[in-house]
Write a protein that binds this ligand. Structure first.
Ligand code: C2G
Length: 132
């Protein structure tokens, strides 16, 4: 059984999030998604989310490609998560290309998938602000 792991904020869940989860799951049999907590977002990612962690995690957990959701509380937890959950493949969108290869070297395969064009939580918020 091939176990896949990915991370994200998944605020204002959109097609780009769906596409990364769909493609990540297609690489294995079991998909674990680490969703960043509100504290982590505010403290280290300097991101203010619209949806609180509970809602973001519940929406991801309800996704048919997702088998398990865990909290992401800090940047440095990935290697530990890979070992703890017996992960074979780590997946991220390619805006993160090269960022995790060193820390996951020798632990699992690292795959960066092309981001879905022209959609992001940021531009969704902007279009709502603009009354679009
Ligand atoms: N993504 C994508 N296409 C988009 C938007 C996002 O493929 N149009 C991917 C991102 O590359 C990422 C995942 O969807 O792999 C989640 O994106 P975000 O919720 O923006 O997550 P981010 O803030 O990048 O947090 O430790 C890693 C971080 O938690 C990632």
């Amino acid at each position: 059984m091939k176990r896949v792991l990915t991370y994200g904020t998944f605020d204002l869940f959109h097609f780009g999030h769906l596409e990364i989860l769909r493609r990540a799951k297609a690489l294995g049999d079991y998909l674990i998604v680490a969703v960043s907590t509100d504290e982590f977002n505010e403290r280290d990612k300097h991101k203010q989310t619209v949806y609180p962690y509970e809602h973001r995690a519940a929406i991801v957990a309800a996704n048919r490609f997702v088998d398990e959701v865990i909290p992401e509380t800090h940047w440095g937890q990935k290697a530990e998560d890979v070992k703890k959950h017996g992960v074979n493949i780590f997946v991220m969108g390619d805006d993160w290309k090269g960022k995790f290869d060193e820390e996951l070297k020798g632990l699992c395969e690292v795959v960066y998938l092309p981001r879905t064009e022209r959609i992001s939580s940021t531009n969704i918020k902007q279009s709502i602000r603009d009354g679009g």
